[in-house]
Ligand binder design. Structure first.
Ligand code: SF4
Length: 459
């Protein structure tokens, strides 16, 4: 089994000193930062909007049992089908069953992180079902055979030159193609895929309980084509995507757009209530919603970390995080990266192998500051650390160092006796290796605070 912690450290080491990567990210993030300032201007009272959204999500997460059942019963009344999948295996099995039964061989997909989580494309490929990503960013990373780099902008780590080079290698178009030329090329290519697709697979931005509907937003129109053209529409959604009422969208849609991309509203916003009804001229013959737990109930069991289920996947905390901005999305080695990924992944994939993500944070609190649903992410990271220690997922060395640290800190006289020079030596001895060769260890000052204080008050 791969040692995820070791792999994380190795990948991070490579990324942080990759100046080209850093330049690309800083450039793309700076454009995001500028856009968000504009997007947020639409709120006369942003703090109040966030508080309201947080309260709605909090209430919903605490009554998931009620709202999910409401959604199921309202959605099925209009001919939709709901499948409750406890884990990734059940979800994938059901999707393949639906596709096989309907003899579907060609699938178009719109961007959905949960389909990454359950590794759906790989499973479809094994079943000889063609699956094409239709979001431009997703299509680029699919071509590059990489996982998405970011939950909102999957190809954020690639410059326009990198993308032109990729298309040149795959399709032999000029390696100097502009972003507009590449977009037109993909647009034409995907049109044919939409027309011939047997089934469309989308995620859900929100599941609306009171009307039994799925809200899907996107900027390229590809999601609308994905669910409206093929005979079958399959929605894959985590159980936390539920909101109580259609009215709540007037709050969540602008919050998602402004914090996700800096827009007032995402360009295309659809509410899908089921398969094509009698006398309706378009829409799929069948519509299925695969509701996935896949350890979300493990998060729900945690009194504190449960708040993380309120996440609307806007990506703002990733963009704000100084750690993410330096190590990038792929270093995390998980579907969900950045602060929210570091909070939820240890529960989704196991504390033992992923607790290190909760330690990869400066706890500066910037993530909490920008979250549109007021999730106290930096505090949740601390609770995760505490949970990891309680569950004894720490190494012997970590335990020894912390015990030693605690004993010294409890005895002030030991610290005083050690003197500044010994402290410097101890820092070098214990932390130099983990600090890494690329950074200078902080220096211990010649005089301690206590000594300076004494001198100041005696003079
Ligand atoms: S935790 Fe908050 S800021 Fe981060 S992706 Fe979720 S909603 Fe956005």
């Amino acid at each position: 089994m791969i040692d995820m912690h070791r792999k994380f450290k190795e990948d991070v080491e490579k990324k942080v000193f990759d100046l080209r990567h850093r330049q690309t990210i800083q450039f793309n993030m700076s454009r995001y930062d500028e856009a968000v300032i504009e997007g947020e201007k639409q709120f006369s009272n942003l703090d109040l909007a966030r508080e309201k959204a947080a309260s709605i999500k909090h209430k919903t997460i605490n009554r998931l049992d009620k709202y999910l059942i409401d959604f199921d019963s309202n959605f099925t009344q209009r001919g939709g089908k709901v499948f409750w999948a406890q884990n990734k295996r059940e979800a994938v099995k059901e999707i393949i069953r639906i596709l096989t039964k309907s003899r579907s061989k060609k699938v178009v997909k719109s961007k959905s992180m949960i389909t990454e989580e359950i590794e759906l494309n790989e499973a479809l490929l094994k079943s000889n079902i063609e699956s094409i990503e239709t979001d431009l960013g997703e299509y680029i990373v699919q071509l590059a055979e990489q996982p998405p780099y970011h939950i909102v902008t999957p190809a954020m780590h690639m410059s326009k030159e990198d993308i032109a080079k990729l298309f040149h290698e795959k399709f032999d178009i000029s390696d100097e193609s502009s972003p507009e030329e590449i977009t037109l090329f993909v647009r034409k290519l995907l049109r044919e895929k939409f027309i011939n697709a047997d089934a469309g697979i989308t995620g859900a931005n929100f599941l609306i309980a009171d009307i039994g509907a799925v809200a899907i937003t996107g900027n390229e129109g590809n999601a609308m084509l994905t669910f409206s053209m093929p005979r079958i529409h399959i929605v894959v959604a985590g159980i936390e995507k539920i909101i109580p009422s259609m009215e709540d969208l007037q709050l969540f849609w602008p919050l998602l757009a402004s914090h996700g991309t800096g827009q007032s509203m995402t360009v295309y916003n659809s509410i899908v209530t089921g398969p094509r009804q009698d006398k309706e001229s378009d829409g799929p013959e069948e519509m299925h919603v695969i509701l996935i737990d896949n350890n979300r109930t493990e998060i729900l069991k945690q009194e504190k970390q449960r708040r993380a289920l309120s996440c609307i996947k806007c990506g703002a905390c990733l963009n704000a995080c100084p750690v993410y901005r330096n190590i990038g999305g792929h270093s995390y080695g998980t579907t969900y990266s950045g602060p929210i990924g570091a909070v939820i992944t240890p529960f989704l994939k196991g504390m033992k192998n992923y607790k290190h993500l909760s330690f990869a944070s400066t706890l500066c609190g910037k993530c909490t500051e920008v979250c549109p649903v007021n999730i106290n992410l930096h505090e949740l990271l601390l609770y995760n650390r505490n949970e990891a220690v309680k569950k004894k997922h720490i190494t012997f060395n970590e335990k020894m160092v912390m015990t030693g640290w605690k004993n010294i800190m409890k005895r002030r006289w030991v610290l005083d006796m050690a003197g500044q020079r010994s402290k410097s030596l101890a820092m070098n001895m214990f932390f130099k290796k983990s600090w890494g060769p690329g950074r200078a260890l902080p220096e211990v000052q010649p005089k301690s605070f206590k000594e300076l204080w004494k001198e100041k008050n005696e003079s």
